[in-house]
Design a protein around this ligand. Structure first.
Ligand code: SAH
Ligand code: DHB
Ligand code: MG
Length: 216
């Protein structure tokens, strides 16, 4: 049986996310292209978009592009001269994402860098040191805390780092696999200061959570 929070997510999508062919297409793109369908949900995309607008983000860094779904939400939060730099290791994902950014009319605001993020991130220095207003960490989970260290270098003071998938259906407190351990390590890192919050989420993607950190 469908979980109640899946029903509620569909209800909210009907109310808050009016039919948008570009986003709906991008949401379905991974499945159609035979790549994992693990993008943020529509309501999570909208949440990230609202956060980016709330802080007036002009420059956003995303680690983990997939098919560009969350990237389109971020790119649409930016002013006309804003910039989204998004990092992706898989050439096929990058190709699908480029097509989706073009279809969404945001390609000129998006700088997609192909390569393993831990190789690409150092190349953003010194040009992008402390330059991003928001960083969204959503690539491979074992490296979550490694990406977080880079995000601290690349996000401006007062900027926002958002890490996805830190609860993993509760596995963060139950499992010792590399993904859960990666989430746990990130939470231990951010727990050492008082500038972070973690919000558990439920919805069409099941039970998970975001960690939010203000850079100080
Ligand atoms: N942010 C996307 C979902 C990202 S899924 C959205 O919500 O729409 C995670 C992505 O990270 C996948 O496309 C995967 O290929 C990519 N990835 C995995 N390991 C990576 C690495 N080491 N460097 C860069 N990208 C990586
Ligand atoms: C996985 C990755 C994600 O970014 C996500 O949101 C959900 C699942 C995964 O690797 O399984
Ligand atoms: Mg994710």
């Amino acid at each position: 049986m469908e979980k109640i929070w899946q029903q509620v997510d569909s209800f909210l999508e009907g109310l808050l996310a009016p039919e948008d062919p570009v986003l709906t297409g991008a949401l379905r793109a991974p499945e159609q292209a035979g790549i994992p369908s693990i993008q943020v949900s529509a309501m999570q995309g909208q949440f990230l978009h609202i956060l980016a607008r709330a802080i007036g983000a002009r420059r956003i860094l995303e680690i983990g592009t997939l098919a560009g779904y969350s990237g389109i939400w971020f790119a649409r939060s930016l002013p006309a001269d804003g910039l989204l730099v998004t990092l992706e290791a898989d050439p096929k994902h990058a190709e699908v994402a480029r097509a989706n950014f073009a279809a969404a009319g945001v390609a000129e605001r998006v700088d997609l860098r192909l390569g393993s993020a831990l190789d690409t991130l150092p190349t953003l220095l010194p040009a992008h040191a402390a330059s991003f207003d928001l960083c969204f960490i959503d690539a491979d989970k074992p490296n979550l805390s490694g990406y977080f260290e880079w995000a601290l270098k690349l996000t401006r003071k007062g900027g926002l780092i958002i890490s996805d998938n830190v609860i993993r259906n509760g596995q963060v407190v139950q499992r010792d696999d590399a993904n859960s351990a990666g989430a746990r390590r990130l939470l231990q890192t951010i727990g050492r200061s008082t500038n972070s919050a973690v919000i558990q989420t439920v919805g069409s993607k099941g039970y998970d959570g975001f960690a939010l950190t203000i850079v100080d």
